[in-house]
Design a protein around this ligand. Structure first.
Ligand code: SF4
Length: 287
C-alpha cells in the first residue's frame, strides 16, 4: 500500500506560482491515490499542455506529458494498450474544453475506465492570461480587452449529455472534499470526469478563492440529492446565480469500452505474445 511519501517526486521542483490552486489539486490527487489503494507502479498520469500539464512531473507514478489538448487521446491509448493500469488524465480548461473538446466528448460516450481531472481556472494561465472556454461572458482579459463575447462552456452539463458515467465538481480550496471526489472517480468503473474550480491567482482576478468560497455549496448537505437522476444532475449543472454545487452530480453503472473488446478479455494487449502471429494473409489484402 503506497503512502503520500511514496508519491513525492524529489527530482522536480514544483514551479507553479505561490498560492496557485494547483497545489491543493496535486495534494488531493496524491491523497486520493493512497486512499483508493491503487499502487504507483500500476498508475499512469497523462497530461496535456498548460500549468496543469506539469502534474506528471510532480508525482511519482508513471507519467506522460502529451501535446496541447491531447491528454485524453494519450490516456485512451495507454488504457487500450494495457487496461490493467489505473489511468488518470489531467489538464486545464483551455487544454480539455478548447483544443481537446473532441477527445473529451468521445471519451465520455465510450466510457473508458479512467479518471479525468480538469484544473478549471477559467483562463489560459501558462500563456499569461487569455480568455479560455470557461471564462465568464464579459470577462476582460489580454485577448478580450472589451470583455469576452461568448457564453462559457458548461463542462458538467456537457459530460452528462455526452455519456460520462461519473460526473463531479470540486473546489481546490477544499482539499479533503476534493480528494474524496477524486478517490470515488478512481474507484468508479467507467469514465469519471471531475471538474475542479482552481483559482489562478495571477491572471484571473474574478474567479478567486474568495469568489468560490462564497458561491460553492456541497450537494446533499442541506437537501436530498440523488446522483443517479440524470435530469436532476443536468439541472444542477446549470445552477449559477444562487450558488455553485460541488460534489458528485451524476453517476451510473454501464459497461466500459474495454468490456466490449473481446481480445482484452484474455489479457492486456501489451502482455500478449505476438511473435507467432502470421499476418501474411492480412498483408495480401493490401497488394
Ligand atoms: Fe497557477 Fe495561474 Fe500561476 Fe498557472 S499562471 S501556476 S494557473 S497561478
Amino acid at each position: 500500500m503506497a503512502s503520500i511519501k511514496d508519491l513525492a517526486q524529489d527530482s522536480h521542483t514544483v514551479t507553479w506560482c505561490p498560492g496557485c490552486g494547483n497545489f491543493s489539486i496535486l495534494a488531493a490527487l496524491k491523497k486520493a491515490i493512497v486512499d483508493s489503494g491503487i499502487e504507483p507502479h500500476n498508475t499512469v498520469i497523462a497530461s496535456g499542455i498548460g500549468c496543469s500539464g506539469k502534474t506528471p512531473h510532480f508525482i511519482r507514478t508513471y507519467g506522460f506529458e502529451s501535446l496541447h489538448g491531447r491528454s485524453l487521446a494519450a490516456a485512451s491509448g495507454i488504457k487500450l494498450a494495457n487496461h490493467s493500469l489505473n489511468v488518470i488524465a489531467v489538464g486545464g480548461d483551455g487544454d480539455g474544453y478548447g483544443i481537446g473538446m473532441g477527445h473529451f466528448m468521445h471519451a465520455c460516450r465510450r466510457n473508458y475506465d479512467m479518471t479525468y481531472v480538469v484544473h478549471d481556472n477559467q483562463i489560459y494561465g501558462l500563456t499569461t492570461g487569455q480568455t479560455s472556454p470557461t471564462s465568464q461572458k464579459g470577462m476582460k482579459t489580454k485577448s478580450t480587452p472589451d470583455g469576452a463575447l461568448e457564453e462559457p462552456v458548461n463542462p458538467i452539463a456537457f459530460s452528462i449529455a455526452a455519456g460520462a458515467t461519473f460526473v463531479a465538481r470540486g473546489f481546490s480550496g477544499d482539499l479533503v472534499h476534493l480528494s474524496g471526489l477524486i478517490a470515488q472517480g478512481i474507484k468508479h468503473r467507467g469514465f469519471a470526469h471531475i471538474d475542479v474550480f482552481q483559482p489562478c491567482v495571477v491572471w484571473n482576478k474574478v474567479n478567486t478563492f474568495e469568489y468560490f468560497r462564497k458561491k460553492c455549496y456541497k450537494l446533499g448537505e442541506n437537501e436530498k440529492y440523488d446522483p443517479t437522476d440524470r435530469m436532476a444532475a443536468y439541472a444542477k449543472a446549470w445552477e449559477h446565480a444562487d450558488g455553485l454545487p460541488i460534489g458528485v452530480l451524476y453517476k451510473e453503472e454501464r459497461p466500459t469500452y474495454e468490456d466490449g473488446l473481446p481480445p482484452l478479455k484474455k489479457s492486456p494487449l501489451s502482455k500478449m505474445q505476438i511473435d507467432n502471429i502470421n499476418i501474411d494473409g492480412l498483408l495480401k489484402g493490401y497488394e
